[in-house]
Design a protein around this ligand. Sequence first.
Ligand SMILES: *[C@@H]1O[C@H](CO)[C@@H](O)[C@H](O)[C@H]1NC(C)=O
Ligand SMILES: *[C@@H]1O[C@H](CO)[C@@H](O)[C@H](O)[C@H]1NC(C)=O
Length: 160
Amino acid sequence: MNTLKSMFGWLLVLGVLMSPVLCQDEETIITVCQEEDNDLRVDCLLEPKANYHTDYEFSMSKGSKETIINTNISGIMPDPKFRHNTFVTELEPYGFRLIMMSFTITENTTFICKVTKIQKTLSVELDTIQPCSAISLFLLGYHWLSLLVPLCIVQLWEGF
Ligand SMILES: *[C@@H]1O[C@H](CO)[C@@H](O)[C@H](O)[C@H]1NC(C)=O
Ligand SMILES: *[C@@H]1O[C@H](CO)[C@@H](O)[C@H](O)[C@H]1NC(C)=O
């Protein structure tokens, strides 16, 4: 019981610490990190619009060139070089995770994800990609997000 209490306290403290980060829009909707096996992981926590057929598209751009990495929008083809080494899984309660096998960025890159026509982008600077282990708390934290949302609201409130 005590452990549970202290764990909850710890979560709360962590939640407060992380809430400024979590409350930031783009940065929390898309996260990019490097897995231990060198896969690049892009999580896109966009909530699909209601009453739409859910679809997703991951792409990246360097300069003005946009490359489709993976999508299930019918009629759109990913770039051939990503056709066999990337896959997408669904996250709970919503969102999509893109895995790019044995991939890392070699220059500053903007990642774009679209879900039901809503689009978010995240610019990633070379050398700032974190190992996923460092942010796994975040993803664990995804379940606590509901717990943290009130904190975001409190923060917003305090911001006024
Ligand atoms: C795309 O994926 C979503 C989520 O898995 C699914 O609901 C949807 O039917 C898929 N769309 C197509 C065109 O396959
Ligand atoms: C990447 O972006 C950062 C910040 O904008 C910049 O300082 C750096 O020079 C860029 N690196 C490359 C390789 O373009």
